[in-house]
Write a protein that binds this ligand. Structure first.
Ligand SMILES: [Cu+2]
Length: 439
């Protein structure tokens, strides 16, 4: 069906182009000069501008009526001022839109070509220049200052008793972290990220687990490299020539003579290689595969070194920095926040720039790898109340990624539940602690 419509459009365009060509040719035959345009032509064109203007305005107004009210009422304290700011800007833009477009189309009609009219030569007018410079400057300054003030309300420092929640973004999901009983997020390091420690929280357990994992990978790769047939045979040849080389070159250079200790070592190694070759457990790798594996071992060893070099983070206050993260709570799928409390969100990103959008709270912030960002929100309508207001039992507040960040970007979202404070406390108590002391 779509193809058919496309085909009709293409054929239509070609037909119009051909008609125009024929019209030009026939005009030439009739001795009509192309630059001569009749009064009736000009009048028709001018009137069409006016018709287009009314259609254009009508469609614009229809869009505002149909789609203007696309968001439910703001569910955050600062959201109302964001809405007011938006409406103020929109009113200004709509006013300017109608003035400018009316002038554009009416002038096109009114000052259409007329044989008896000569254009006025009007090179400069200081007063006019001043008017159209100063008025927009004032209007823009008001918009910017007003906008910045509203922005500061959302991004200003959070109060001391605000609840802090970390939102961690990666391709393609969100993870929420709550700080646990000590009210302090454990430090994180990307070198420690594993499937069981997706945020890379620094704890002794996390370090040990990461090291075990890396050591396992290194020894597996080393085993594969050790039993590679081609390299074993090459090494065997080298060892043999080192062992027997001295005997054949009858004392040309005395330093070819090898010590008994080294000889024992080489013989030992030769024996090991022979054992592997005879065991039949050899593998055959291409040169490229061998190099890729060796390179992987090298990189894993470097990664291992970086973990060993993790310095302990200085926190003071007598807290062991590597135990701070143990009581953190990591939440996937949906996260809860209490009604009427100030929440400070801290955003981090693992891979690329994402954008945390909470449309119902009128809040958005980029999440940037290596650079924590933040905003604060005070929810004023619980999820239950909003379901009643919207008469939609399935409604949920939502956190969305609003930066096209890859193939599954569309699916990068997390539900937000606004509870009463008691419900929230109960929910948080039921969340699992990252590393439980009981295990
Ligand atoms: Cu994203």
């Amino acid at each position: 069906m779509k193809l058919l419509i496309l085909l009709v459009i293409v054929v239509g365009v070609i037909a119009v182009a051909q008609l125009a060509k024929i019209y030009q040719l026939s005009a030439r035959l009739r001795g009509h000069r192309e630059e001569e345009i009749s009064e009736a032509d000009t009048k028709l064109q001018g009137s069409l501008w006016i018709v287009f203007m009314f259609v254009f305005f009508g469609m614009t107004i229809w869009q505002f009526v149909r789609y203007g009210d696309y968001l439910p009422p703001s569910a955050s304290l600062h959201g109302k001022s964001v809405d007011t700011l938006m409406n103020y800007n929109l009113a200004l833009i709509i006013f300017v839109f109608f003035v400018v477009n009316t002038l554009l189309f009416v002038f096109a009609y009114k000052y259409r070509y007329n044989k008896n009219r000569k254009a006025k030569f009007f090179p400069h007018d200081t007063r006019l220049e001043l008017i159209w410079t100063v008025i927009p400057s004032i209007v823009l300054a008001v918009i910017i200052i007003y906008g910045l003030q509203t922005w500061t309300v959302m991004t200003g420092p959070a109060s001391a008793d605000a609840i802090r929640i970390e939102l961690y973004s990666k391709q393609f999901d969100w993870t929420a972290r709550y700080s646990g009983d000590n009210d302090e997020f454990g430090a994180t390091d990307f070198n420690l990220i594993t499937s069981s420690n997706p945020l890379g929280i620094v704890t002794q357990e996390g370090i040990d687990a990461a090291l075990v994992k890396i050591d396992g990978k290194i020894s597996k790769l080393n085993n594969e490299l050790k039993s590679e047939k081609g390299h074993l045979l090459a090494e065997k040849k080298e060892l043999e020539s080192a062992l027997h080389g001295g005997e054949h070159s009858h004392g040309d250079h005395d330093n070819h003579e090898i010590s008994a200790e080294k000889k024992a070592h080489l013989t030992n190694r030769l024996q090991l290689i022979d054992d592997v070759l005879e065991s039949g457990k050899t593998t055959i790798l291409s040169e490229a595969a061998y190099e890729a594996k060796s390179d992987k071992v090298y990189r894993l060893e470097r990664h291992r070194q970086r973990i060993l070099e993790l310095s302990s983070y200085e926190l003071g206050r007598g807290i062991d920095p590597w135990s701070v993260g143990k009581d953190d709570k990591i939440v996937k799928g949906e996260f809860h926040i209490p009604l009427g409390r100030e929440i400070e969100f801290v955003f981090r990103s693992r891979d690329v720039i994402h954008s945390a959008l909470m449309p119902h709270f009128r809040a958005q912030m980029n999440t940037v790898p290596g650079l924590p960002t933040r905003f604060k929100v005070t929810p004023v309508i619980t999820t239950d109340s909003m379901r009643t207001i919207l008469d939609d039992p399935n409604f949920n507040y939502i956190l969305l990624c609003n930066k096209i960040c890859g193939s599954a970007h569309f699916n990068m979202k997390m539900d937000i539940v606004v509870d009463t404070e008691a419900e929230y406390d109960e929910w948080l108590n039921n969340q699992k602690v990252y590393i439980s002391e009981k295990n």
